[in-house]
Each structure stands twice: as structure tokens, then as C-alpha cells.
Design a protein around this ligand. Structure first.
Ligand SMILES: *[C@@H]1O[C@H](CO)[C@@H](O)[C@H](O)[C@H]1NC(C)=O
Ligand SMILES: *[C@@H]1O[C@H](CO)[C@@H](O)[C@H](O)[C@H]1NC(C)=O
Ligand SMILES: *[C@@H]1O[C@H](CO)[C@@H](O)[C@H](O)[C@H]1NC(C)=O
Ligand SMILES: *[C@@H]1O[C@H](CO)[C@@H](O)[C@H](O)[C@H]1NC(C)=O
Ligand SMILES: *[C@@H]1O[C@H](CO)[C@@H](O)[C@H](O)[C@H]1NC(C)=O
Ligand SMILES: *[C@@H]1O[C@H](CO)[C@@H](O)[C@H](O)[C@H]1NC(C)=O
Ligand SMILES: *[C@@H]1O[C@H](CO)[C@@H](O)[C@H](O)[C@H]1NC(C)=O
Ligand SMILES: *[C@@H]1O[C@H](CO)[C@@H](O)[C@H](O)[C@H]1NC(C)=O
Ligand SMILES: *[C@@H]1O[C@H](CO)[C@@H](O)[C@H](O)[C@H]1NC(C)=O
Ligand SMILES: *[C@@H]1O[C@H](CO)[C@@H](O)[C@H](O)[C@H]1NC(C)=O
Length: 814
């Protein structure tokens, strides 16, 4: 009996001690408060915490909500973002006047302005929402006042009854939560669309929700939202498929919008996607009926059936006036609707819509009104439904990677007046004659320009090269203030006169030396070969361009050196050299699986940035283990990016005669036909991934029984269900089996034979970051180089280290 009582007592004691800290801490009761200096409240499952904080180096004090269990301190909401406290005397109180933040003098400096009864209670929920309740009824919630972060369950958009407009606004800077110039909001006019706006400057239109994704921003749109509009509300709600994931959408102070995911394994925020902000992003870049295509140069063309409205402006890349119909449209003379697929829908802020009409009814509705220029299904989930009608000019169109169709009204004569074959022949004839003429004129012009450049550049060399021993100041001031020009004397001195002992290696574009500047800073100097034909100004422009590409997984460019025919790029120095010495070399054993996985992740993030997030789409074209450098913490950094562009003109996706790349890393369509695209980099990434996991080179790989490539070997093991055998045995102890298998699977998806089957780098990053099922890979391209006899080599630059690592430059067979 005694025993029972003691144990009961002990048990209830335990219960009480467990309960007390939990039961009270997620709420602030009436007439209670939390004071700066340690008081906080924590949501029931301990996901979020509310308290006082100072952002970064700032001394100001704010009331905010942040993730409780995530170690890089990540704030999701700030109450007094415009009215910081100057000292730690603040107190957040619940009174009949609502939630109030008081300073030392008990002056209210921030308030929810929602008065209620004596039973007001504030509670921090596990969603990160701070709710104020009166007798249990919510009268105010922080989710209605978003800051720069969208959490699952939050909405942006307009409540038509209260007029409340919920929008994300950026912080002024990382240390100042006050509202900055950028906002993410819903434009309720016409068919509601999501926009990113800036105080001044052109807005970024994300297009309408089509039931599956944001029509103009498919990358960011996936699984992003639920779109609701009715008489009461027009809003986008952020939802995620799996509530156990920690995700957020963040509007950075610089205006970039990112969808992020917390990866528990790496203890890092993984960027799932970034809102595209490339050259085609500014509103109506190409004017009415103009089509912006990021993969084409020049970026703007007219839609089929349209021609430039003002050719003289259009020809000097002034595209704002846009395009007009080649044949005028007269309804009574007959018309048809032409099917355009893969376009971002024109601005819908003047569109008419009906969500229950079918495509047929939609066409009929458009036909009935002569000023209707186009129609489309508004929702493409479940086979297509709903109707969207456009009136007037079609604005802000670009190509996007979606299969939604837009039907544009065209005069019937465009298609019926002449037999189709005939008109095509004639067109072709005209095109041939025109392009021959144009070619001749261009050639003449080029020769003239080149001649004048040569004369001028001779002069500039004398005029502009800095005096020996002096670092140039920049003429342009602010824009490239971080980019220095170094004199040859300084560089020669720092590298011990390009001493062979200082040589770090040789890449595709020239040898690389280690240098130490006088102030002790370590640098890597890339001495570019075969550049003498490029003028100084073009070189500088190119360097500025490369310097703008900044990402934690890209090697940073510090400056350049031009003197006579010498062109050099100065990079930050990477203590741990390149990845190949780790995966193929003696340092192999330093690696464990978490490091390997971290490196794979980093390379993928760097490529996502180059392909999708930088302002211009960059294809690396020579991605390989020796071009991945590692810093002292083994963070991977991609090097040599942007150079391929310099070495082969300015096209970003094209058919080129010169192939730059490295055996074992180039996909078949590139090696055989010279066609390169972002998918060529994806292929190289796949090869690299398999090399990293296996510790073996793709090129020169041989397996005892069959003289196979590494890819072939991986493919065979995959089909036999023995993928794990591919793994480098030294990883065995540290490996996480599911991650290894997943990596190999993703590697195989990247090296699939057909470029269109390969995933984009952003989906690769996505696949690496989650655990959803992957599609089965199709047959990879594992051709050996003997299979490409038709290639004719024009030059090859062997490296000092090994002949295996030859970077080739070859000419496509005619
Ligand atoms: C903090 O100090 C600044 C400048 O000294 C002043 O303008 C501001 O009103 C102060 N804020 C508060 C909450 O006292
Ligand atoms: C508080 O009141 C005192 C006296 O009126 C004044 O000097 C001081 O500036 C006030 N402090 C704040 C933070 O408002
Ligand atoms: C409360 O009202 C004041 C004065 O009208 C206003 O400046 C402040 O922004 C309001 N606070 C909130 C949270 O809406
Ligand atoms: C997106 O949503 C679909 C359906 O809800 C789900 O199958 C898929 O796994 C989700 N993808 C991500 C990345 O959450
Ligand atoms: C949700 O994610 C967690 C952790 O990543 C995983 O364990 C769980 O299986 C997922 N649930 C669903 C339904 O996908
Ligand atoms: C997250 O990782 C830590 C160790 O890094 C582990 O203790 C914890 O259980 C993990 N949480 C989840 C939800 O997987
Ligand atoms: C328009 O073209 C797309 C892609 O070619 C096709 O899927 C769609 O069915 C076409 N629409 C009609 C009405 O034929
Ligand atoms: C539609 O949007 C464009 C671009 O934001 C703007 O110039 C135009 O005035 C808007 N029209 C209407 C009717 O809202
Ligand atoms: C939308 O279309 C449906 C089907 O054609 C029709 O019944 C309905 O009245 C329309 N609604 C409006 C607001 O036009
Ligand atoms: C055609 O649509 C426009 C714009 O909605 C409208 O102003 C006009 O009255 C319509 N014309 C006819 C004949 O319905």
C-alpha cells in the first residue's frame, strides 16, 4: 500500500514536472507580458519561438517569430519592423487594447489595434501563426500581416470585404526588417495574377495559376499554392504536400524570391527553386505580340503571323513598340484560331473568365465578339477546363517550359489564300536571298569594325595599362568596385614569375598558378591562352559579366590583368584544390558520405544558379571533376564558368561548329552534332555524380569482364538491382544507403540518351533534397569515343597531370 502511494506520488510528480513548462509557454495571458532579456513563448510542438531579437549586427530590438529547432537563426515574422526599440527595456503585453509593445516609458510603439474584453489571450501556434483570441474567437493573427516570409498556410491576396491586402514585402537589408522596395502581391484585376513589384521599375508578372502551376513561372509554381477567388476573396495560399517538411518562401532584400526546404541531414536550407528573373522577365520586354525567348539571340521575335511595328527601332534592339499583324484582321472576312503552345499567357488583367466553360464554349464565346483576340483554358488539371478571353493587344509573352495552349485569332487568308507549299517555297526563297545579302553586308561591316578596333586597341594598350606596381582604380566607379585590375608586375611577382612550382594545373583555357599578393592574400591566376584576338574592351566586358555571377558554389573572380597580349583572370584561392584529387587520388580516404553528399548538393546548387537564377542563362560546357574546387571546409565551388561563352560567341543554346568539352563528360548530341543546351551540362553533372559516388573515372574505366564505360557499368548494376556495388568501398562505413541509391538513380536520370528525357538542374536539386519516388531512368548514352570517328580535331590542349584529362576543341564534321 505504502509502495503504491509512493509510486503514485512519484508518477504524478513526474507528470507535473513534465507538464508545467509545456502547458503555459505558448500563450500570453491577459495582463501578462514578456520582457526583453530572455522571456519567450514557444509553440506547443516547439516548432516556433516568439521573443526579442536583434537582426545580425544591428543593435535595435524587435519582437519576432523564428524557427525554434533550426540553428541558422531564421526569423519568419517581425512585429515592430518599422519601429525598433533602442534598448532592452521593451515589453510585449496583452491588455484590453490588444497586443502592445511598450518601451521604457510605457509608451506604445507597436500595437495590433484590436481591442477586446478582459479575456484576451495571445497564442503562438505550431504553424508559426500568432493569434489573438477573445473568448476563443480569433480577432487578430500575424498571418494577416506577412513580412518577407510565406509559411505553409499563409495567404497573399485581397480580401474584397475588408479590403485587406496581404502581400510580402522585403526587408531593407539583412539587418533592417523595415519594408524594402520589393513586394509579392496579387493583382485582382481581370483574372487574378501574382506579381513581384518594385517601388520603381518594371514589375515581374508570374502569370495566373492554371490549376497545376503558375503559368509564367513554372519552376517556382510547383506545389506552391492553392488559388482561390470568389466574391469575397482573391488569394494565393501556400501549401506543401507533406506537412512534416519545413518549407518557406522568402523574398530577399535584393528582390529574389526563393522556395526553400530545410534538410535535416545537412542542417541547411536547400533552395528548391528561385523565381526566374532573367533578361525576358521585365514586363512587356518585347512589346505587344512580341515573343521573348531566353535561348535566342536577339531575345525578341514576333509571334508567327506578326511583324515588327517599327522595324527601324526593332533592328537596333528597341523592342518596346512590339509587333503587328502582317495581314490585318477583319472578322467578317473569316478567321481561324491558331494554336500556340509553351507560351507564358499574355497579361490577364483585362481578361474575362468563366471557370465552368469548356474549351469549345470558350472558342464560341471568343468568336462571338470581334474584339476578342485570344482564348484558352484557365485550368489544365484534369484535362482542361474553364475559359479565359483576351481583348485587345496581347502583352508580355515569353516562352516557358509548359504545355498549356493559347489560341490566337488570325485572319483566315493568312492560311488559305495561297497553297501552303507554295507560300513556304516563296518564303524560303526570300529568306535565302535576304540572308545571303545580309551575310555579305554583315561580313563587310565586321571587317570594317575589326579593322577599326585593331587600330584603336593598339592605342588603348599604350594609354590604359597601369603603371608597373600600381593597382588600377576603376574608371566606372561603383559598378565594378569589387573588381580590381592588377598590373603584370604584381602578378608576376606574386607567382614567382610564373614559376613551374607555382603551377596548380592546366584547364581548358590555360594554365593556373598560385600567387601570394604583398598583403598576404592568396590568389589563383589563370593565364588565358589564345586570346590575343580579343580587344581590351570586349575582354573587360566579359570579365565584368563573369564577376556578376556570384554564388556560394562558384569560385569568386577578384580581378583581371591585361598587358600587351597577356590576359589573366585572378580568382580566390581554394585551399583544397580540385575534386579530382579527392575522388580519384590519394586523398580519397579523407571523405565520408555526408561530405560527399554535401559536395553533390553544392555542385547542383551552383549549376541551378548558372542555368536558371543568374540574369543570363549560362551553360558551363566543361563541367568535370578538375573544374570543381574545394575550399577549406570542403565546400564545392565550380570554376571556369562563363568562359565557354567567351570562347564561342554569345549564343546560349545553339548549334556550334566548335565543341568545347572533355571526353567522358560530353553527351552524344553535343559530340556528334554540336548541339548544346543546359541539358549537356546536366549530362556532365550526371557523369560527375557517378564518378564521385564510385570513385572511378568514366573515361578509361574498365571492368574485368567487359570493356565498359562507368555509365554502362552503373546502368547494368542498376538493372540487376545491385547499384550499391557501384559505391566507392571507402565510403562503406559512413554511407546512408538510401541516399547513395538515390544519388546513383539521379545520376542515371541525368545521363539518359535523349536530352529531353534528362531533368533540369532545378529538378535535380529538388530530387536530391527530398525523398519522393523517382521516375525510372531510360537507356543512358554510354558511347565510347571510338564510336565517334567522324570528328575532326583541330586542336587539343593536353594537361600536365594526365592525358586522360584532355580538354578537346574539335570541329564538327561537315
Ligand atoms: C530610437 O532612436 C532613434 C534615434 O535616436 C529615434 O528616432 C527613435 O524614435 C528611437 N526609438 C524609440 C522606440 O525610442
Ligand atoms: C523616456 O522619457 C524620458 C523623460 O521624459 C525621455 O528623456 C526619454 O527620451 C524617453 N525615452 C524613450 C525611449 O522614449
Ligand atoms: C495600429 O494603428 C496605428 C495608428 O493608426 C498604425 O500606425 C499601426 O500601423 C497599426 N498597427 C497595426 C499592426 O496595424
Ligand atoms: C507535389 O504535389 C504532388 C501532388 O500533391 C505530389 O505527388 C508531389 O510529391 C509534390 N511534390 C513536391 C516536391 O512536394
Ligand atoms: C513526409 O516527409 C517525412 C520526412 O521527410 C517522411 O518520413 C514521410 O514519409 C513523408 N510523408 C509522405 C506522405 O510523403
Ligand atoms: C534531425 O537530425 C538530428 C541529428 O542531426 C536528429 O537527432 C533528429 O532526429 C533529426 N530529426 C528528424 C525529424 O529527422
Ligand atoms: C494545340 O496544340 C497542343 C500541342 O501540340 C495539343 O496538345 C492540343 O491538343 C492542340 N489543341 C487543339 C484544340 O487541337
Ligand atoms: C494591366 O497591367 C499593365 C501592366 O501592369 C498596366 O500598364 C495596365 O494599366 C493594366 N490594365 C488594367 C486595366 O489594369
Ligand atoms: C459560365 O458558363 C456556364 C456554362 O456555359 C454558364 O452556365 C454560366 O452562366 C456562366 N457564368 C457566367 C458568370 O457567365
Ligand atoms: C466585346 O467585348 C468587349 C470587351 O469585353 C465589350 O466592351 C463589347 O461590348 C463586346 N462586344 C459585343 C458585341 O459583345
Amino acid at each position: 500500500m505504502n509502495k503504491l502511494i509512493t509510486s503514485l506520488f512519484l508518477y504524478s510528480g513526474l507528470l507535473i514536472s513534465l507538464l508545467i513548462p509545456c502547458s503555459a509557454v505558448d500563450t500570453i495571458a491577459p495582463n501578462q507580458g514578456i520582457k526583453d532579456g530572455g522571456d519567450t513563448i514557444v509553440s506547443a510542438a516547439e516548432n516556433f519561438k516568439l521573443g526579442f531579437f536583434s537582426p545580425g549586427s544591428s543593435k535595435s530590438r524587435y519582437i519576432g517569430i523564428w524557427y525554434n529547432k533550426i540553428s541558422p537563426f531564421t526569423v519568419v515574422w517581425v512585429a515592430n519592423r518599422e519601429t525598433p526599440l533602442n534598448d532592452t527595456s521593451g515589453e510585449l503585453r496583452v491588455s484590453q487594447g490588444g497586443l502592445q509593445l511598450l518601451n521604457r516609458n510605457n509608451t506604445v510603439i507597436w500595437a495590433t489595434n484590436s481591442s477586446g474584453s478582459v479575456s484576451l489571450v495571445a497564442q503562438l501556434l505550431d504553424t508559426g501563426n500568432l493569434v489573438l483570441r477573445d473568448h476563443g474567437i480569433s480577432i487578430w493573427q500575424s498571418f494577416d500581416y506577412p513580412g518577407d516570409t510565406l509559411l505553409p498556410g499563409m495567404r497573399i491576396g485581397i480580401d474584397l470585404i475588408t479590403g485587406k491586402d496581404r502581400r510580402l514585402t522585403s526587408w531593407k537589408s539583412d539587418v533592417d526588417p523595415a519594408a524594402g522596395p520589393y513586394a509579392l502581391r496579387v493583382d485582382p484585376n481581370g483574372y487574378p495574377q501574382l506579381f513581384e513589384t518594385k517601388d520603381s521599375g518594371s514589375p515581374l508578372r508570374f502569370g495566373p495559376w492554371n490549376g497545376v502551376m503558375l503559368n509564367g513561372m513554372p519552376d517556382l509554381g510547383a506545389n506552391l499554392t492553392q488559388f482561390v477567388f470568389n466574391e469575397k476573396e482573391r488569394y494565393y495560399e501556400y501549401n506543401i504536400a507533406n506537412n512534416s517538411l519545413v518549407s518557406r518562401i522568402h523574398l530577399n532584400p535584393d528582390g529574389t524570391i526563393q522556395h526553400l526546404n530545410w534538410i535535416n541531414g545537412t542542417q541547411n536550407w536547400n533552395v528548391l527553386s528561385t523565381a526566374t528573373n532573367d533578361n525576358c522577365a521585365p514586363y512587356s520586354m518585347c512589346g505587344p505580340y512580341g515573343l521573348c525567348d531566353i535561348n535566342k539571340a536577339p531575345g525578341c521575335t514576333c509571334l508567327d503571323g506578326f511583324e515588327p511595328r517599327r522595324p527601324e527601332e526593332w533592328n537596333i534592339a528597341d523592342w518596346l513598340s512590339g509587333c503587328q499583324r502582317i495581314k490585318p484582321l477583319a472578322c467578317q472576312h473569316g478567321y481561324i484560331f491558331s494554336n500556340f503552345t509553351g507560351l507564358k499567357f499574355p497579361n490577364t488583367n483585362q481578361s474575362w473568365y468563366n471557370q465552368s466553360m469548356t474549351l469549345g464554349e470558350c472558342e464560341a464565346a471568343c468568336s462571338r465578339n470581334c474584339s476578342c483576340t485570344a482564348y484558352a483554358n484557365s485550368d489544365i488539371s484534369s484535362g482542361g477546363s474553364g475559359c479565359l478571353l483576351w481583348f485587345g493587344d496581347l502583352m508580355d509573352i515569353r516562352t516557358v517550359d509548359i504545355t498549356q495552349s493559347l489560341y490566337i485569332r488570325m485572319p483566315a487568308s493568312e492560311f488559305t489564300s495561297r497553297p501552303k507549299q507554295d507560300s513556304n517555297n516563296r518564303k524560303q526563297m526570300i529568306i535565302i536571298v535576304m540572308s545571303t545579302l545580309l551575310g555579305l553586308i554583315l561580313a563587310c561591316l565586321l571587317i570594317l569594325v575589326a579593322w577599326r578596333k585593331k587600330k584603336r586597341s593598339k592605342k588603348t594598350i599604350i594609354g590604359r595599362v597601369p603603371a608597373h606596381g600600381e593597382i588600377c582604380t576603376n574608371e566606372n566607379g561603383k559598378e565594378d568596385s569589387e573588381l580590381s585590375s592588377y598590373s603584370l608586375t604584381i602578378i608576376a611577382k606574386s607567382t614567382n614569375n610564373f614559376c613551374i612550382d607555382n603551377k596548380l594545373g592546366e584547364g581548358g583555357f590555360g594554365p593556373v598558378y598560385k600567387g601570394v599578393l604583398e598583403d598576404g592574400q592568396e590568389i589563383a591566376v589563370k593565364r588565358l591562352s589564345e586570346t590575343s584576338r580579343q580587344g581590351i574592351d570586349e575582354f573587360k566586358n566579359e570579365v565584368k559579366f563573369i564577376a556578376k555571377l556570384q554564388h556560394r558554389n562558384l569560385v569568386r573572380l577578384l580581378g583581371y590583368c591585361i598587358e600587351g597580349n597577356e590576359r589573366m583572370l585572378i580568382y580566390e584561392y581554394m585551399a583544397n584544390k580540385s575534386l579530382d584529387s579527392f575522388i580519384f587520388g590519394s586523398e580519397n580516404s579523407m571523405f565520408d558520405w555526408p561530405h560527399v553528399f554535401h559536395i553533390i548538393h553544392g555542385i547542383a546548387q551552383g549549376l541551378v544558379y548558372l542555368h536558371h537564377d543568374s540574369r543570363l542563362r549560362i551553360i558551363h560546357r566543361d563541367l568535370k571533376a578538375s573544374n570543381i574546387l574545394l575550399d577549406k571546409d570542403l565546400n564545392p565551388k565550380i570554376s571556369d564558368f562563363g568562359l565557354a561563352r567567351r570562347f564561342s560567341g554569345h549564343e546560349t543554346e545553339a548549334n556550334t561548329n566548335r565543341v568545347v568539352g572533355t571526353y567522358g563528360y560530353i553527351p552524344p548530341e553535343y559530340a556528334l552534332h554540336g548541339i548544346f543546351s543546359v541539358k549537356s551540362d546536366v549530362y556532365s553533372f550526371g557523369v560527375l555524380l557517378l564518378e564521385i559516388v564510385s570513385g572511378k573515372k568514366n573515361r578509361g574505366f574498365s571492368q574485368d569482364e567487359n570493356n565498359n564505360t562507368l555509365i554502362g557499368h552503373a546502368w547494368r548494376l542498376y538493372n540487376e538491382g545491385k547499384s550499391l556495388e557501384l559505391m566507392n568501398s571507402s565510403l562503406g562505413a559512413s554511407c546512408i544507403e538510401s541516399q547513395v541509391l538515390r544519388s546513383i538513380h539521379i545520376g542515371l536520370l541525368c545521363v539518359q540518351h535523349h536530352a529531353e528525357d534528362r531533368p533540369t538542374m532545378s529538378s535535380v536539386a529538388l530530387m536530391l533534397g527530398n525523398e519522393n519516388a523517382l521516375p525510372p531512368p531510360k537507356q543512358p548514352a554510354f558511347f565510347a569515343e571510338e564510336e565517334m570517328p567522324e570528328l575532326r580535331y583541330i586542336s587539343s590542349v593536353p594537361t600536365l597531370d594526365s592525358v586522360d584529362d584532355v580538354t578537346i576543341t574539335l570541329l564538327q564534321a561537315r
